[in-house]
Design a protein around this ligand. Structure first.
Ligand SMILES: CC(C)(COP(=O)(O)OP(=O)(O)OC[C@H]1O[C@@H](n2cnc3c(N)ncnc32)[C@H](O)[C@@H]1OP(=O)(O)O)[C@@H](O)C(=O)NCCC(=O)NCCS
Length: 182
């Protein structure tokens, strides 16, 4: 059982940061986290406030997939509060050697190196548990911070869906990136 399992712990300015698998009791923190990003119009897919029931059902599905080896999920706990969430989902059938990555952190903890550590840990964990060989992700062309992070982590742009998202009252391009783990 992986729910709640700690994968990495470190300190930033005397504050304890933990990367661990989520558990059902994280639902309230995760609801606050996703809704804070929706409120700030962050460059993520979701654009509508999530209810606690929606968050519970997403979390319970995610935990089932984690146990089945279809997905890994890591939350970021800072001072005992969940302020970040991330995961890699394994594709199916002929594409099961490919995983899709997502990562988000609450505003106050960005720019301190947590994203970079998280992406490294996620990829290591995904390679080990999901046995994937390629990681892909989608990122909006306007999301300079995420683009910089992904390039630094070894991802390269492999395609672009022009006007693939409508975000903050305008069409923007969705950039597809990948990293070969072989
Ligand atoms: C994108 C995100 C995960 C990055 O995590 P982070 O903890 O802020 O990033 P880090 O502090 O680890 O920085 C890693 C690299 O990202 C880039 N970066 C970070 N902050 C930046 C900034 N303000 N401006 C430009 N590049 C920046 C840099 O390349 C940095 O490396 P460096 O410190 O050597 O220059 C985080 O900002 C976030 O969750 N944003 C909102 C949600 C989101 O956009 N998710 C991605 C959707 S595709």
């Amino acid at each position: 059982m992986l729910a709640g399992k700690t994968v990495r712990e470190f300190k930033i300015d005397d504050t304890e940061v933990v990367f661990r698998y989520p558990e059902m009791s994280d639902a309230k923190d995760l609801e606050r986290l996703i809704n804070s990003l929706i409120e700030e119009k962050a460059a993520i897919t979701l654009d509508r406030e999530q209810s606690f029931e929606e968050e519970l059902s997403w979390l319970s599905e995610t935990l089932k997939n984690v146990e089945k080896g279809k997905e890994i999920a890591l939350v970021v706990e800072v001072d005992e509060k969940v302020l970040g969430s991330s995961g890699v989902r394994k594709k199916e059938g002929n594409e099961s050697h490919v995983g899709e990555l997502g990562i988000l952190l609450r505003k106050g903890i960005r720019g301190k190196g947590i994203g970079e550590k998280l992406i490294k840990t996620l990829i290591k964990e995904a390679k080990k548990r999901l046995e994937i060989e390629i990681v892909t992700l989608n990122v909006y062309h306007t999301n300079e911070i995420a683009l910089n992070l992904y390039k630094k982590a070894g991802f390269e742009e492999i395609g672009r869906l022009k006007d693939g998202a409508y975000h903050d009252d305008k069409y923007i391009d969705v950039i597809i990136m990948s990293k070969d783990l072989r």
